[in-house]
Design a protein around this ligand. Structure first.
Ligand code: HEM
Ligand code: HEM
Length: 449
């Protein structure tokens, strides 16, 4: 993204160039709503102001999420191979429609997610976190981003979707390749194939999973629509939740969380998550809204109808905090915009928060002496218009012997035989063989072997 502005600065991989300084310069030049170039020749705007972001997200008369209004796209000015398209082109999912169409998808999603028992989510998250840690705990070092934070939300979502082992493996592989930009078209097709198979299987054999709940929902979604909502959840859930885990871990490890690595309380982890959502939000800038009519700005500029406007969550939070420093110091509050605002506001706030808190807690419990393996200023960064994330998060700890092998390997896990949410002391667990080989597979993939 650029604005005749320091495009390169937002794409460097090291060192961290302080994107907030970039936003401050943009705002000084243009005001709080900044013209940006999404890719060469494709123009849009970025909202960096808190109050504007909230009021425009709520004002569904003037603005819409409906990507069919994106004028450059509908008039053929966007290259069909553009990397913008997967996250911006019109699709039949909740994010890209409004009004009655949106409510139909949104209700199916919130009912489906709402039926996931919080205790179940906590148990499976703890279980997968433990399994991932088992893979590297003897080594005394790990990449806590790619071997852990990125894998955990994906494994949890796979479980909620009701994948079998084979579908899960293919899906994880395809998603990983998409993140890495490997053969995007093939990977996308593979991800869709795995989802299509799970939908067919759940028609035949309904289960206690999100896929079945979407299929059976009174909204009567077609199979294609079910697949589109599952893809949306995957896309919306994985990278942001991974980023939240990563940012919270970094804050603990560099001391800025204000507590050490020994057994932090739930209250301090909750507070930490809120602080991260203010200061290091998982999504720097995303969803896109389009004005239905020309929108005049101060200084005589006009946002033309059908221009993409990105919501700049990180900048909006940052400048709001700077302008309201006194109130901010009094209390940790949740008024940040990291979850969005208006009718499309994230429907999975509790789920994402729980996954992130459990991820941090289990890692700290399992790995005494956990510390960064490189000084903070030597982390290499991957900075894009969407998010700021280190390339790796190298950590060290006192090597740990993994728990003994599962005595009933192969027996499907059920909630009744699960250990308590806290992962210490750990009992031998009876996770199904599928999960064990799935996490092995993931680690092999990540090692490139
Ligand atoms: C830290 C993690 C997460 C963050 C920061 C986050 C943030 C967001 C944001 C900013 C939006 C768009 C809001 C808007 O358009 O105004 C969104 C939408 C959405 N999120 Fe999340 N999210 C996270 C995790 C998740 C998870 C775990 C799930 C699913 C289990 C999920 C599912 C969705 C869906 C389905 C939408 C689209 C809703 C709609 O258009 O009505 N998100 N999220
Ligand atoms: C941290 C921020 C995020 C990053 C780095 C990210 C990255 C990506 C990547 C790499 C892809 C695959 C692109 C391809 O096919 O080549 C993708 C697809 C997609 N993302 Fe994001 N994403 C982020 C946040 C979100 C959020 C918050 C949402 C929705 C609320 C979202 C919605 C989508 C959708 C709908 C797709 C297309 C999925 C499909 O139908 O194939 N993303 N994203």
């Amino acid at each position: 993204m650029s604005s005749g502005c320091p495009r390169a600065a937002l794409h460097q991989s090291e060192p961290h160039p302080d994107p907030y300084a970039v936003y401050a310069r943009m705002r000084a030049d243009h005001g709080p709503v900044v013209p940006v170039e999404l890719e060469p020749g494709v123009h849009g705007w970025l909202v960096t102001d808190y109050a504007t972001l909230i009021s425009w997200s709520r004002d569904t008369t003037t603005f819409t999420h409906d990507a069919r209004l994106w004028r450059d796209f509908t008039e053929g000015r966007v290259n069909p191979d553009s990397p913008l398209l997967p996250m911006m082109a019109p699709r039949t999912n909740a994010l890209f429609v409004d009004g009655a169409e949106h409510q139909r998808y949104r209700r199916a999603l919130t009912d489906g997610l709402g039926a996931v028992e919080p205790d179940h989510l906590r148990r499976i998250t703890t279980r997968y976190a433990d399994r991932l840690i088992d893979e590297f705990c003897e080594r005394g070092r790990a990449d806590a981003l790619n071997e852990y934070a990125r894998m955990l939300p994906l494994l949890v979502m796979n479980d909620l979707f009701g994948f079998n082992e084979d579908q899960g493996l293919r899906f994880v592989n395809a998603m990983r390749n998409l993140w890495l930009g490997v053969d995007a078209e093939k990977s996308n097709a593979e991800a869709e194939r795995a989802l299509s198979e799970v939908v067919t299987a759940r028609h035949r054999d309904p289960g206690d999973d999100l896929t079945t709940r979407l299929i059976q929902h009174r909204a009567a979604l077609s199979d294609e629509e079910v697949i589109m909502q599952l893809l949306l959840i995957t896309a919306a859930a994985n990278e942001p939740t991974a980023n939240l885990i990563d940012a919270a871990l970094r804050a603990v490890l560099d001391g800025s969380a204000g507590f050490g690595t020994a057994s932090p309380s739930d209250a301090s982890l909750n507070e930490l998550v809120d602080r991260v959502l203010w200061h290091d939000p998982p999504i720097t800038n995303y969803p896109v809204i389009y004005p239905r009519v020309d929108v005049p700005l101060d200084g005589g500029r006009v946002i033309e109808a059908g221009s993409p406007i990105l919501l700049g969550f990180a900048a909006a939070n940052h400048f709001f905090v700077r302008e309201n420093a006194e109130q901010m110091e009094e209390t940790v509050n949740r008024a940040h915009v990291a979850w969005g605002a208006g009718p499309h506001r994230c429907p999975a706030i509790d789920e994402a928060t729980n996954i992130a808190i459990i991820a941090v807690r289990v890692l700290l419990n399992r790995l005494p002496g956990l510390r960064m393996a490189v000084p903070r200023d030597q982390l290499r960064w991957h900075l894009t218009g969407l998010s700021w994330i280190p390339v790796q998060l190298p950590v060290e700890f006192d090597p740990q012997v993994p728990p003994p092998p599962d005595p009933v390997e192969g027996t499907p896990w059920s909630p009744s035989d699960s250990p308590q949410e806290t992962s210490e002391p750990r009992q031998p667990t009876s996770v199904g063989s599928g999960l064990s080989s799935l996490s092995n597979f993931l680690v092999r993939l990540l090692r490139g072997s």
